[in-house]
Design a protein around this ligand. Structure first.
Ligand SMILES: Cc1cc2nc3c(=O)[nH]c(=O)nc-3n(C[C@H](O)[C@H](O)[C@H](O)COP(=O)(O)OP(=O)(O)OC[C@H]3O[C@@H](n4cnc5c(N)ncnc54)[C@H](O)[C@@H]3O)c2cc1C
Ligand SMILES: *[C@@H]1O[C@H](CO)[C@@H](O)[C@H](O)[C@H]1NC(C)=O
Length: 432
């Protein structure tokens, strides 16, 4: 087969599984490298935590997963579906609209079975190095060095799809004056599993994303006091209506003599700081001679968050966009990559792609979007529509309506009401 390429996929989470499926459909020869003993990535709950609870020690044994034991999805299962393999049409053990994490893992295992992906995966195999090399006639190839039970091997691939996830390497609030003098406990949500170790403590939770919300509420059931700090200017400084022992504060002004001083003037002698401040992008294996760089969660240049123009289509990234319809995004990206590698779909020239990225950066700049939000594309469907369209596919009208309705619920009902609002139209079972 003329167009069949030898392709390495790094990671067997949602992104790697989906990429493998689409590449296989295009008859490429696929090897999926997975460092864990099982597939599922984030959704394969790992009870272990790291020796350094902040995750800053470069010599620590890294635990990939960041799920806490009680985690239920923050999206209805309808939105964690593939267009032809729908989670809302499948129930394993947990019929809730926003099920626990085990249910998502079962869905992914079912997906892997259905599309015979397991045979493509090399488990317990970590990729140590992906290096771009130029072989004769100027063609670029990729050297992939991997390790299984201490044994290294080196292979050459035509293309590499990077699917290693981006919720493992903590991103900390390091710009708080005096934080380096804090002598008491600190933890990043990456290493949070259950609330018991917070019993009777006075806890400061930094952040305003879904993890901060979930974790602060769970800790409040056992802690003495929980004080949430958000840097967002529109946060309402007040006591929680739901919890007697929880307060919302503004940004932390500074830390002095182990006291936390907030911008609202409140000062606190706390026991623990819990950083729910998100993650960094981290590709420790990637050696591209400066073709790709990472700066504060911006990986670039990447055309449509997928292809570095200079190496397109042979190097690609799946699953980089955050806080969005992750599963459908991963599906349309994977399809686009697979069909581009088979020359069914063509990319613009390298220069045009670079210009497109420039324009995108300018647009972000004009809107005042900080660099670290480069890959936040939000809950709208234009990205998914555009990408499916490249492969000659249109998102089913009923699906598109549902995505749009979800976005509407999020805007009109807010974080505490969107699930109920959504389920009034789409769901019968449970709540999130
Ligand atoms: C706390 C939390 C809650 C979330 N909740 C939701 C939700 O409710 N709904 C939703 O849609 N999304 C949610 N997400 C987003 C979630 O990240 C995606 O759903 C999805 O898991 C991303 O899949 P991925 O394959 O890109 O990455 P991952 O799931 O992280 O998978 C990456 C895989 O790559 C492997 N790997 C990494 N490095 C190497 C290497 N060097 N060699 C070999 N293998 C390697 C890892 O072992 C892992 O299996 C949540 C994320 C977190 C952290
Ligand atoms: C991508 O790989 C194919 C197959 O090896 C090769 O023909 C092509 O030149 C490569 N593209 C680039 C930009 O290196």
């Amino acid at each position: 087969m003329a167009n069949s390429l030898k392709i390495a996929v790094i990671g067997a989470g949602v992104s790697g599984l989906t990429a493998a499926r689409e590449l296989q459909t295009e008859s490429h020869q696929v090897v999926v490298f997975e460092k864990s003993h099982r597939l599922g990535g984030t959704w394969a709950y790992d009870p272990r935590t790291e020796s350094d609870p902040l995750g800053t020690d470069p010599n620590r044994d890294v635990v990939h997963g960041s799920l806490y034991i009680s985690l239920t999805t923050n999206l209805p299962r309808h939105l964690m579906s593939f267009t032809d393999f729908k989670f809302d049409e499948k129930v394993y053990d947990d019929p809730r609209m926003c099920p626990g994490h085990e249910e998502v893992l079962k869905f992914l295992e079912d997906f892997a079975d259905r599309f015979k992906l397991s045979e493509l995966i090399r488990l317990n195999t970590v990729v140590r190095r992906v290096e771009v090399v130029v072989v004769d006639s100027g063609v670029t190839k990729f050297v992939v060095e991997s390790e299984t039970s201490g044994v290294s091997s080196v292979e050459v691939f035509d293309a590499v799809v990077v699917c290693n996830g981006h919720n493992t390497q903590p991103r900390l609030a390091t710009d708080i004056p005096g934080i380096e003098t804090w002598s008491k406990k600190q933890i990043h949500s990456h290493n949070y599993r259950e609330p018991e170790s917070f019993r009777d403590q006075i806890v400061v939770v930094i952040g305003s994303g879904p993890s901060a919300t979930d974790i602060s509420r769970e800790i409040a059931t056992v802690a003495k006091e929980v004080h949430v700090s958000s840097r967002s200017p529109d946060v309402k400084v007040a006591k929680s209506e739901k919890f007697n022992n929880m307060w919302q504060h503004s940004k932390i002004n500074c830390i002095k003599d182990d006291n936390v001083i907030f911008e609202d003037g409140f000062s606190l002698d706390a026991d623990i700081i819990c950083h729910c401040t998100g993650y960094q992008l981290h590709f420790p294996f990637l050696k591209t001679n400066g073709i790709i760089s990472i700066q504060d969660k911006r990986i670039g240049p990447l055309y449509k968050h997928v292809f570095p123009p200079q190496l397109a289509p042979n190097l690609s990234f799946v699953g980089i966009p955050e806080e969005s319809f992750t599963f459908p995004i991963i599906e349309c990206q994977s399809r686009w990559i697979a069909q581009t590698l088979s020359h069914k779909v063509f990319l613009p020239s390298e220069n045009e792609m670079l210009l497109d990225i420039e324009r995108y950066y300018e647009e972000l700049n004009e809107k005042g979007v900080p660099e670290h939000r480069t890959h936040y594309i939000g809950f709208q469907t234009s990205y998914i529509d555009w990408m499916f369209d490249q492969t000659g596919m249109a998102l089913e009208k009923s699906l598109k309506d549902m995505f749009e309705y979800f976005n509407h619920c999020l805007i009109s009902a807010g974080v505490d009401g969107y699930v109920d609002a959504f389920s009034r139209k789409y769901g019968s079972t449970g709540s999130c």
